[in-house]
Design a protein around this ligand. Structure first.
Ligand SMILES: NC(=O)c1ccc[n+]([C@@H]2O[C@H](COP(=O)([O-])OP(=O)(O)OC[C@H]3O[C@@H](n4cnc5c(N)ncnc54)[C@H](O)[C@@H]3O)[C@@H](O)[C@H]2O)c1
Length: 395
């Protein structure tokens, strides 16, 4: 039962980026390539521009944005798109790049400033109604270069307002990229630390979307397959990023999980991650990795069957023991994963103090709200005290 809408048009495989020209032909004649600064002056970028050119598509590049893109960076991108008279966009980069492109595609089409579409808090301190993107968005092709955000296959983008210390987002069907070109060759140069952070993002998408009550058999299949791929490849991708077969599994895991958050949503981990990023500038993946095992411990013994399936997908060697035993092993499996991927696993590793907990919780109440469906529809709906306990347990 249920209605499933997935608009993603995904072209997957090693070498697919070479087909960008052909795949983008239906999108327009003048492309704004929003590219991660890592690819500036790279052979990859030149190859893609040549492939476009062969199809009669001219292109200009925009690199002026950072991780966790700020709304003012999107506004600069929109001005560039207009100045260069581009009729479609291509994003070559991680979640920050794809989200910059998505927000710019929408703002360029509808006018005004980016924050009007995503801001919940306006400069005068009021909580504003988000402006609706009545005119849709410019067409976008997304080429992810990290395996984490899954933004290439979903309808969301996450934008920060550093002046207001808020991270927010836009969710709209018009933000589905018209084409996603998922080429694991673009990911082999991602350093181990970034591979680890982004991998925890992919895992969190699969896990959180699976643990929501709004999940369906369809979305469960996507989530569990994503977790299986992560179990088979995550540690190896951190340790040997040049291994294309391993990168391919990570890319698959990320795209599947990204699709899944379009079908359901994210939940507790992302809700707590938002203030950790907005207030303490923690890297997105780290904000998720730090609380993961504490969230599972808090969930137990609720949803034992589901947690057992997650544990078995991540670690098939667990087969043969009872569901309760499998579920009980999950927090330890996640702590081992953090250790093996060598990232700081505790909140204190990122300079956050226990005395910061009240302001993190205030942020959640103000910007998400405890009655938001992303929390009330979770396998166990958290109270403020529950969130406080999870944060304490994450130190
Ligand atoms: N729209 C969504 O559905 C969604 C989902 C999750 C996260 N996000 C957002 O995405 C952003 C995080 O994206 P991310 O985790 O992909 O990281 P990112 O895009 O911020 O990139 C992280 C770092 O890796 C570098 N990099 C990227 N690709 C590389 C490559 N192939 N080789 C070498 N270096 C490379 C970048 O220059 C940057 O320094 C956050 O803003 C987060 O909120 C969005």
């Amino acid at each position: 039962m249920g209605q499933y809408s997935l608009f993603a048009n995904v072209h997957f495989g090693a070498g697919k980026a070479k087909e960008t020209g052909v795949l983008c032909r239906p999108l327009g004649r003048r492309a704004c390539m929003i590219a991660d600064p890592f690819f500036q002056d790279s052979g990859t970028l030149k190859e893609i521009q040549n492939a476009l050119s062969k199809q009669g598509i001219s292109s200009v590049c925009f690199f002026d944005f950072h991780s966790d893109p700020d709304c003012t960076e999107v506004d600069k991108c929109v001005a560039f798109i207009k100045q260069e008279a581009c009729d479609f966009l291509i994003a070559l980069g991680g979640g920050s790049c794809i989200d910059t492109a998505k927000a710019a595609a929408l703002t360029a089409q509808n006018g005004g400033e980016c924050w009007e579409y995503c801001g919940q808090v306006f400069p005068d301190g009021s909580n504003g109604v988000m402006r609706r993107p009545e005119k849709g968005a410019l067409p976008l092709a997304a080429l992810p270069t990290t395996a984490g955000s899954g933004s290439e296959a979903n309808k969301g983008c996450v934008i920060s307002n550093r002046a207001l210390r808020v991270k927010s987002g836009i969710g709209s069907d018009c933000l589905f990229p018209r084409v996603a070109i998922v080429d694991p060759c673009l990911m082999t140069g991602l350093p181990p630390r970034q591979t680890a952070y982004t991998g925890f993002d992919a895992f969190s998408h699969a896990f959180e979307s699976y643990m929501l009550n709004t999940t369906t058999y369809f979305s469960e299949a996507l989530a569990l397959q994503s977790i299986r791929f992560l179990g088979e490849s995550f540690v190896a991708a951190v340790q040997n990023g040049g291994d294309l077969a391993v990168r391919e599994k990570m890319a698959n895991a990320s795209t599947l999980a990204g699709m899944n958050i379009a079908l359901t949503d994210t939940s507790v981990g992302h809700v707590l991650g938002q203030p950790l990023s907005a207030l303490f500038h923690m890297v997105h993946g780290a904000t998720l990795a730090v609380t993961l095992d504490s969230i599972v411990e808090w969930l137990l013994p609720t949803a034992t069957e589901k947690l057992a399936r997650v544990a078995a997908a991540l670690c098939p060697a667990l087969g043969g023991v009872s569901a309760a035993q499998q579920a009980a092993r999950l927090p330890e499996l996640l702590r081992e994963l953090k250790k093996k991927t060598d990232i700081g696993g505790r909140l204190g590793d990122y300079g956050v103090k226990k005395s910061d907990i009240p302001c993190i919780l205030d942020y959640v109440e103000e910007h998400v709200g405890l009655s938001s469906p992303v929390l009330t529809e979770y396998a166990k709906a958290p109270t403020r005290k529950d969130l406080e306990d999870i944060l304490h347990a994450s130190f």
